[in-house]
Design a binder for this molecule. Structure first.
Ligand SMILES: *Cc1c(COP(=O)(O)O)cnc(C)c1O
Length: 445
């Protein structure tokens, strides 16, 4: 890397497949485009078409830009970067709480995955969600949200946001499209928020219809796609902003907490505004080393999702045949089975999560302990998207922020086990362990 006059970052060895990201040393102000406009309708296509970052010495992997601050040759350049005349779009960086090149590269992958103009990554899924909502809302603003949400998001909307900024939320069953339209208050409601596949009820959102209803009333649609990367592409179906807990399927290793916000370039840039940007000012920054780690996993996300989905469908079908009460969008008796079939991306199945209603907490706990300690099928743990199977009784774990009434509205029954199906081992080997635990349970209950 060589420093010439005003060229601070020479990224000429970063080949842009479509040339829309212009990196040069001239002073021209170039429209901020953090990713290309080359996204097809399929996430795998889009990921392949996305710009591949090479390393500083021609390495096949990008280099890690571990620097917090970036130096310049001329004092004027620094003030022009601060004044935003120069920025990441033409290779100029200043401070890594603002844009960091490695985190930006991961952002480009996320934008390709979700089919948005831009994306940026954060320290956690919760910070991606909170930053997005606070950016779109002002004090006293109103949100319409699905009553079936991740516990942390539900708490943010129910408790934290009302207390600190009088932002209120009306929760609604998003399967009832008419009800959604009715609770949107034109002029006051700013955001419609839901999960593409809800945690843990596995209700599938009709994103095209929900976006149509919201947009008619000037409402921004924010969708949490944590449960269904590759499987569903909410932005391609009409959502304005897609948020992720990258800690789950996208990471796949159960070793990193991370998040992402995908949306228009202007929205992503607004998050970095030095006076009003929520990521810039609240500071949930992703570390460049973490961004590199995650960027290495996105190329095989599609393969992993296919196998998560394949096994979840197989196990759901077989468990149902054994008489268990299984909830899985891939089963024909699931209320949104046809919907998911029609809006889902081809070849990625119905997702890697299934739920089993065991009736009571006691039975759920007994069954989980057989699955872990008797037949070695999986682990009792919260979270999801790991190569091993993870299972938890949601009512008393990941959704314990919600009270009994809220849980009921969210479709959480006391004996509900959420199972994130892993792909380690062979399918038949894992099935025999699963079946063994079911038989043991049936002997005793
Ligand atoms: C885990 C999760 C989150 C929160 O993400 P973190 O990375 O743990 O902050 C948000 N939404 C959903 C659907 C999740 O499963």
């Amino acid at each position: 890397m060589q420093m010439a006059d005003t060229v601070v970052i020479n990224v000429s060895n970063n080949i842009s497949s479509n040339g829309d990201v212009v990196v040069n040393g001239n002073d021209e102000k170039i429209l901020m485009k953090l990713s290309g406009g080359h996204h097809g309708v399929d996430p795998a296509n889009a990921l392949d078409n996305a710009r591949h970052e090479f390393g500083e010495h021609g390495g096949v992997n990008m280099s890690i830009e571990a620097s917090v601050m970036f130096t310049v040759m001329e004092p004027e350049t620094l003030s022009r970067i601060i004044a935003k005349e120069l920025g990441p779009e033409n290779g100029y960086f200043s401070y890594s709480r603002n844009f960091n090149p490695t985190v930006l590269s991961l952002g480009r992958q996320m934008a390709a995955l979700e089919g948005t103009e831009a994306a940026y990554c954060t320290a956690s899924g919760m910070s991606a969600i909170a930053s997005s909502l606070l950016q779109l809302l002002s004090s006293g603003g109103h949100v319409v949200a699905s009553s079936s949400l991740y516990g942390g998001t539900h708490s943010l909307l129910t408790h934290l946001l009302p207390r600190i900024c009088n932002i209120t939320t009306t929760f609604v069953d998003i399967a009832d499209l008419e009800a959604v339209g009715n609770v949107i208050v034109e002029g006051k409601t700013k955001v419609l928020y839901f999960e593409s596949i809800a945690n843990p009820s596995l209700k599938v959102a009709n994103t095209p219809e929900l976006a149509r209803i919201a947009h008619k009333k000037g409402v921004t649609v924010v969708v949490d796609n944590t449960f269904a990367p590759m499987v569903l592409s909410p932005a391609r179906l009409g959502a304005d902003v897609v948020v992720h807990s990258v800690s789950k399927f996208i990471s796949g290793g159960g070793d990193v907490i991370a998040g992402a916000v995908c949306g228009s370039a202007s929205f992503v840039n607004s998050l970095m505004d030095s006076q009003q940007g929520t990521i810039m000012l609240l500071g949930p920054t992703m570390n460049a080393n973490v961004a590199f780690d995650l960027a290495q996993r996105i190329p095989h996300l599609g393969l992993r999702m296919k196998e998560h989905s394949n096994r979840a469908l197989e196990f759901a079908t077989r468990l149902k045949n054994l008489g268990l009460n299984v909830i899985y969008p891939g089963l024909e008796d699931h209320p949104q089975h046809e919907l998911l079939k029609s809006i889902g991306n081809k070849d990625y199945g119905y997702g890697g999560i299934l739920s089993i209603d065991m009736g009571t907490v006691k039975k759920a706990n007994k069954f989980m302990s057989y699955l872990q300690n008797y037949s070695q099928f999986g682990f009792m743990a919260v979270s999801l998207g790991y190569y091993e199977t993870l299972m938890s009784c949601t009512g008393s774990s990941t959704s314990s922020e919600m009270n009994e009434e809220e849980q009921k509205l969210a479709g959480i029954t006391p004996g509900l086990i959420r199972m994130s199906v892993g792909y380690i081992g062979t399918l038949e080997q894992k099935w025999s362990k699963l079946e063994k635990a079911v038989l043991k349970f049936n002997e005793n209950y």
